[in-house]
Design a protein around this ligand. Sequence first.
Ligand code: ATP
Length: 331
Amino acid sequence: MSRNKDWIRLEGIGKSFKVATRTAGLKEAAKALFVRKHTVVEALKDISFSIGEGEIVGYIGPNGAGKSTTIKIMSGILVPDGGSCSVMGYTPWKDRTDYVRHIGVVFGQRSQLWWDVPVLDSFELLRDIYKIPDAKYKQNVAMLTDMLDLEKILQMPVRQLSLGQRMRCEIAASLLHSPKLLFLDEPTIGLDAVSKLAVRNFIKTLNKEQGVTVILTTHDMSDIEALASRLLMIGKGALLYDGSLEELRGRFGTGRTVTVDYRGDSGPIDIQGATLMDWTQERAVYSFDTEQIVLADIVSRLSEKVEIVDIAVTSKDLDEMIVELYEEHQI
Ligand SMILES: Nc1ncnc2c1ncn2[C@@H]1O[C@H](COP(=O)(O)OP(=O)(O)OP(=O)(O)O)[C@@H](O)[C@H]1O
């Protein structure tokens, strides 16, 4: 349950990047030595949202939408062109030294561990960098080793670890200093099913038992389904959706497809309120909206004419809903 709704508050955040344009041809390249041409990429346009303490929020959007730029601003790595951002009372890019003691950051594609030394040595370096008191460090290493099953890998150099093992160590490394806020950028990318589950379970427990707030960037919708009760969706630098998964499901979730296997001699049967998608000698497929017609009515109409052998109903999955939202906003 969220304790302070404006624990994180972004208001009117904008960020543009100036990108040098290169023109083809030797003459143009020579000219470019004297006259530099630039285009401006508007990565974020007027982004506003609040996140409460203790929430797990999924931050999603297609490639190039502006997710990393937002995370970099919230973690103090980038300074926005305009707008305000307050996290736990800090302005991230202004009070960075103090601020970083309260946040943990994991970028799935980048490592904060030293490649050639045992994992534990990296942890000790981080202890010195963050000036973590000895007792707290020992307690956290013991807790994280237990929760993330690190016992056998702490003495191994990072380059010898599998991706799943490395990700567990990355997450542990980001939590050694007991941050209250964790940014996770693609934490399950490339992981197999078992490792994904282990990482997800850990994030859930961390949030539940220690109240750590989690902002999760991912392209994997099953991460969102498993972890986040709230979704922030961004596309072309603008916020497109801020709400719960349930609301999103409510908005798109009344569409169903029913596949009915039958026996009997019948031509296609029209049912008012349902759309016939396919009709073969053994199988009929209808799409329908639960607000227009209930499944039982479809089944009962069909059973007047044919003998029903099997029924399977599917609803839109999260991926499909997201694609529809993008289409709605023409992303
Ligand atoms: N340092 C930079 N210099 C120039 N352009 C940048 C820079 N960082 C980001 N951009 C541009 O800003 C836009 C948003 O990028 P960002 O990395 O935030 O997207 P993203 O949603 O994280 O994408 P992905 O899912 O591919 O990681 C893109 O058009 C990107 O090319």
